[in-house]
Design a protein around this ligand. Structure first.
Ligand code: SF4
Length: 238
């Protein structure tokens, strides 16, 4: 195992999905096919990152950022490109309307952090951190799924607990609010993470890192049917 090993939410998530898949991706460098939804998500994230880096903002600027960020990789034909492009346009129209009505200050966008969990380096990128006029803070994670998750699923998701930890340890404040912003429906779903939940995910991170260091890469064949690497994996069988 490399000495410069770092843990991140996406690594932990992948390891928890299937330990062997983690090995294929991060140790064997097996290429994961880029799906259209991954490409689309990256385009929207890039658009909003560019947009919020400008001091003054307007609708035309947002769409200029969208056009600059657009890539065709992963789309299968011109019709699909057109459909996704239109979907993104509608998403951004709604986003811009809500943004103009909000009174928050966008403090950070696509903010990279580098900290520690136990003896391990922990890295990641937070989509957005806002500050409200009353001095409170909100962490926002963008999602571009067609349909918003139910609040229960947002509550169970580990990602925001990791970001709450990073916020406190890197930026020095506790987030007062945390939300997942489902851009397709222009809807934020809020969640609260208790100190116990945050401590629990820290333990998950440490256990995961220790298992990876111990080279525990057992396959989880119950996930094979939904795995995008199944055709490159020796454990997959029809
Ligand atoms: S095909 Fe199955 S065993 Fe192989 S990496 Fe995917 S989930 Fe794991």
């Amino acid at each position: 195992m490399r000495q410069d090993f770092k843990i991140s939410y996406s690594r932990i998530n992948l390891y928890l999905f299937c330990h062997y898949k983690y090995k294929l991706v991060y140790l064997d460098n097996i290429y994961v096919p880029i799906s259209v939804d991954i490409t689309f998500g990256r385009i929207i994230h890039k658009t909003l990152e560019q947009f919020h880096r400008f001091e003054k903002s307007n609708r035309d600027l947002l769409f200029e950022c969208y056009n600059n960020s657009w890539r065709n990789d992963g789309f299968v034909n011109p019709q699909q490109i057109f459909e996704y492009y239109q979907r993104g346009k509608q998403m951004l129209e709604n986003y811009y309307r809500s943004f103009k009505e909000s009174d928050t200050e966008v403090l950070y966008v696509e903010k990279a952090f580098d900290t520690n969990i136990g003896k391990y380096k922990f890295i990641g990128i937070i989509d957005r951190v806002d500050r409200y006029p009353d001095g409170t803070y909100e962490i926002i994670d963008y999602k571009t799924h067609i349909k918003a998750w139910e609040p229960e699923r947002v509550n169970e998701d580990l990602q925001l607990s990791f970001y709450a930890y990073a916020c406190r340890s890197v930026f020095g404040f506790n987030p007062d609010k945390m939300s997942v912003y489902f851009l397709s429906e222009n809807k934020k779903v809020y969640t609260i993470k208790s100190q116990i939940e945050i401590s629990d995910v820290i333990n998950v991170a440490i256990n995961t890192a220790e298992n990876i260091m111990a080279e525990n890469f057992d396959p989880d064949v119950s996930k094979c049917q939904i795995c995008d690497l199944k055709f490159k994996c020796k454990f997959f069988s029809f």
